[in-house]
Design a protein around this ligand. Structure first.
Ligand code: GLY
Length: 391
């Protein structure tokens, strides 16, 4: 089937691809998005914590800059998206309380707090009693905490549905189908073959297919580093009105080396996440995963055992080799990446949409995106080879 070429084709309709398509269409570029079911993807499972401070890892300061930039845009992004779509996003500016359960946890959290302060981040130390005053459902064993007042939450499912509608209203052509192959002609990406036998042609192609991005047939070798799937199992509980407010903000901890967090939505959903498993493309919910999450969440907030468990699920975080996203032009002309967001996909959606659309419209890489070019891995390889040659 012959289709009219567009300025931009986005391959992948998770919230990252949708945000890129929405922002690109707003800049006046004709835009198509290819996905069998736009709005699905990892954000369907994600808890939606917007946590640049409490997810910070040592040595990831460039990612922190990107995360805080995206977080600063979130309230306006959510308001604009709700206005553009007529749908809610579940954005909730509630803050996050990270707590410690024993002396070792407390020492580690203290170090993290000192690191936050050195970086000038919003992070306040609390005693166990102060933490429980904020969240009375916390276990008596909570011995200290750190309040990150700017780490909020949004509902990834609602963001997905709102972005689909906003894209539709902005004139994005939503093509329901799977990309069978990247089309390359004259050393340039020119579109994608679709599983209905047709082809979509475009001036620029954006690869936003999450943990499957590097698997697209036709992608020349070395253009995109591997994006590995990092499984996360997540539970959804419901807080009956009689127990509300069960928790007033996101609560998290590291329990026996496992990250566990509880994200209470305004509508009564309580999301408990998440395991971190390198299991390939497996999304099975396991008894062990559910057990681990309930055990660790129970250690933090014993009262969760009273709540109905309404859903279990597993999603795949797209992890790049350095766990930071791949944003902007690749080594293949015409091919632009918006993938590899690992633990931060929901958080980084607004900034990714803005930065990638800016590049598509102007041909210039915004400063904020420069550390995240997909070519950074090729550069390392080339530098190492050059150093070897000089020996
Ligand atoms: N951002 C939380 C997670 O990936 O589990």
């Amino acid at each position: 089937m012959a289709r009219t070429p567009t300025d931009v084709l986005v391959v992948g309709g998770g919230i990252i691809g949708l945000a890129v398509a929405w922002r690109t269409a707003q800049r006046g570029l004709s835009t198509a998005l290819l996905d069998p079911d736009p709005g699905r993807g990892a954000a369907q499972v994600a808890a939606g914590m917007l946590a640049p401070v409490t997810e910070l890892q040592y040595g990831e300061e460039p990612l922190l800059r990107l995360g805080t930039a995206s977080n600063a845009r979130y309230a306006a992004f959510a308001a604009e998206l709700e206005d553009a779509s007529g749908l809610p996003t579940g954005y909730r500016a509630c803050g996050t309380l990270a707590v410690a359960l024993d002396a070792d946890d407390r020492a580690e959290l203290r170090e993290l707090h000192a690191f936050h302060r050195r970086l000038g981040l919003e992070s306040d130390w609390l005693t166990g009693r102060e933490a429980r005053r904020l969240e009375p459902m916390l276990a008596p064993s909570v011995s200290g905490g750190l309040l990150a007042s700017d780490d909020h939450q949004v509902d990834g499912r609602r963001v997905g549905a709102a972005l689909v509608e906003a894209c539709r209203r902005a004139g994005v052509e939503l093509v329901r189908g799977s990309a069978q192959r990247l089309l390359v002609a004259g050393g340039r990406a020119v579109g994608a073959a679709v599983d209905d036998g047709g082809e979509l042609h475009a001036g620029q192609v954006v690869l936003a297919a999450g943990s499957r991005s590097h698997l697209l047939p036709g992608l020349p070798e070395g253009v995109l580093p591997p994006v590995r799937p990092v499984k996360g199992q997540v539970l959804r509980l419901r807080v009956p009105p009689v127990y509300a407010p069960f928790l007033s903000r996101n609560v998290r901890a590291v329990v026996r080396g496992h990250h566990v967090y509880l994200v209470p939505r305004a509508d009564g959903e309580l999301v408990v996440g998440a395991t971190t498993e390198e299991m390939g493309y497996d999304t099975t919910v396991t008894a062990g995963g559910v057990y681990e999450l309930l055990r660790d969440a129970h250690a933090l907030v014993p009262g969760i055992t009273e709540l109905p468990l309404v859903e279990t699920g597993a999603g795949l975080r797209p992890g790049s080799p350095d766990n930071a996203p791949l944003l902007g032009p690749t080594a293949l002309d015409g091919l632009v990446a918006a993938t590899g967001h690992h633990r931060n996909g929901v958080l980084l959606t607004p900034v990714t949409g803005d930065l990638v659309a800016a590049y598509l419209a102007t041909g210039r890489v915004p400063d904020l995106a420069a550390p995240f070019l997909p070519t950074r891995f090729a550069r390392t390889t080339r530098t190492t080879a050059a150093q070897e040659a000089q020996r």
